[in-house]
Design a protein around this ligand. Sequence first.
Ligand code: ADP
Length: 213
Amino acid sequence: MLLQADHLKKQYTAQDGSTVDALRDVSIELVAGEFVAVQGPSGCGKSTLLLTIGALLEPTAGCLNIDGENPYALSPEARARFRAMNIGFVFQQFHLVPYLDVRDNILVPSLAGESNASLDRVDELLEQFNLAERAAHPPAQLSTGERQRTAFARALLNKPRIVLADEPTGNLDRENAEIVIAHLRQFARDDGAVLLVTHDSYAADQADRSLQI
Ligand code: ADP
C-alpha cells in the first residue's frame, strides 16, 4: 500500500472557541499505479483532506501511512524533508514565483535546500512537459496551460511517490485540462499514485475510481 489513511478526523477551532468538523471519518487507500478522484460539495473537507494526507496538517484523530511511514510521528524537520521527497502538490492557482523563469521555478524545491535533483533532471522535466522553449520565460509570459505544466514539473522535481492535486484544471480550458490530466495519468502509470480533488466531471471521469465525501 502506498497510501493508507484510516478514520481521519479534523476539527478546527475558531478564535471564539467554536469548532468545525471539517473531516468526520475519512479512510482512503491507494496502491502504486492508481489515479483516484475525490469529489464532494464545497465545504465538505476536500482541501483539508489533501493537506492532512500531504503531511501539512495534523489530523485530530486517525492514522496516516505513506510508503511505510507515518509523517506525523516525525520531527517537524524530518517531516518537511519527507514531504519534499515523497509528495508533490499541484494547485488550482499555480503558485509560481513571478520573478523566476520556468527553469528556476521548477528548481524552487532545490533552492529551499530540499532536493538532490540534478540539472539533468530539470532538462528532462522541461522536455516531458513540453516547456523547453519556454525555459527562460517568467510566468507572466506563459499561457495558463504552460503555467500549470511548470507547476506540475516543479512538483515532480524530487520524483515523489504521490501527487496531490487540488482542482488542477480549475483555471484551464478543455484542451489544457486534457493535457494536465494526461500527465497525472502518466505519473500514476509510472508507479506513482494520484489523489485528485475536482469539481470537473471530465477530470473525475478520467480517474480509475472516484470517492465521494
Ligand atoms: P472544501 O475543500 O471541500 O471546500 P475545506 O476543507 O476547505 O472544504 O473546508 C471544510 C470545512 O472546514 C468548511 O466548513 C470550512 O469553512 C472549514 N475550515 C477550513 N479551514 C478552516 C480553518 N482554518 N479554521 C476553521 N474552519 C476551517
